[in-house]
Design a protein around this ligand. Structure first.
Ligand SMILES: [Zn+2]
Length: 228
């Protein structure tokens, strides 16, 4: 009897050990890096909002398409429109800081001025949502900024994100929705990880219109929509 129990125990041990080895083998040979490389992702990012005229149209389209995006908001626009900020948040989208005043001469005058502006915008979001965020986008992007400005933002614990594609709605203010759509399709140049710049400020209704074609275009090409 004792020997039988021992035999059963040994068999069970062997089974568990074999299962463990098999799983390990599977994990080790799972080509995770291939997934990472082949997965196509797009991050839609909307700057300079919220606005009464454009942001709700964009939220309607995102909701209809069941897609999430990231909104880099301007503090002084946000404090006038807490309901839209709430709607963005409740819709499962990400919110980031884009500046309180968006006035380049003022915010880029010194690291201290820049951080004060960021904190002011952050406080607006916190007063509406009760949450803090460390996600940030420099007005105009970080590309041409002095190291002391990008460095102070990083050292203060903020994570800043630029873009590698754009619908060019800021450069082509009179562009039609079709022209914005074309830019949104051409500027990523076959990248597998796209961070696209768009704007949801007032007078960007054509961006909202273009979005109705941009989302299906990338869905059809196998892109997954993500938030930052
Ligand atoms: Zn901006």
């Amino acid at each position: 009897m004792k020997r039988k129990l021992l035999r059963i125990g040994f068999c069970m041990f062997l089974t568990v050990a074999l299962l463990f080895c098999y799983q390990r083998h599977q994990t080790m040979h799972k080509p995770a890096f291939v997934f990472a490389e082949e997965e196509k992702s797009i991050y839609l990012t909307f700057d300079d909002g919220p606005s009464d005229s454009t942001t709700p149209l964009i939220l309607d389209t995102l909701n209809k398409e069941n897609v999430h995006a990231t909104f880099f908001v301007i503090g002084r626009q946000a404090e006038l429109r807490p309901a839209i900020i709430e709607r963005i948040f409740q819709g499962g989208h990400a919110l980031g800081i884009h500046s309180y005043s968006h006035e380049y001469a003022q915010i880029y005058s010194s690291p201290a001025a820049l951080l004060a502006d960021i904190k002011k915008c952050s406080a607006v979001l916190e007063s509406i949502l009760g949450l803090e965020t460390n996600l940030y986008r420099f007005p105009g992007g970080s590309y041409s900024l002095r190291e002391e400005l990008t460095g102070c933002v990083k050292n203060a614990g903020y994570r800043y994100v630029d873009w590698n594609a754009s619908c060019r709605d800021a450069e082509l203010p009179g562009a039609t929705a079709e022209e914005l759509f074309r830019a949104a399709v051409e500027t990523p140049a076959d990248r597998h990880r796209i961070v696209m710049l768009l704007h949801d400020s007032a007078h960007r209704k054509n961006t909202a219109e273009a979005l109705k074609k941009i989302i299906p275009y990338y869905k059809n090409r196998g892109y997954t929509f993500k938030t930052l």
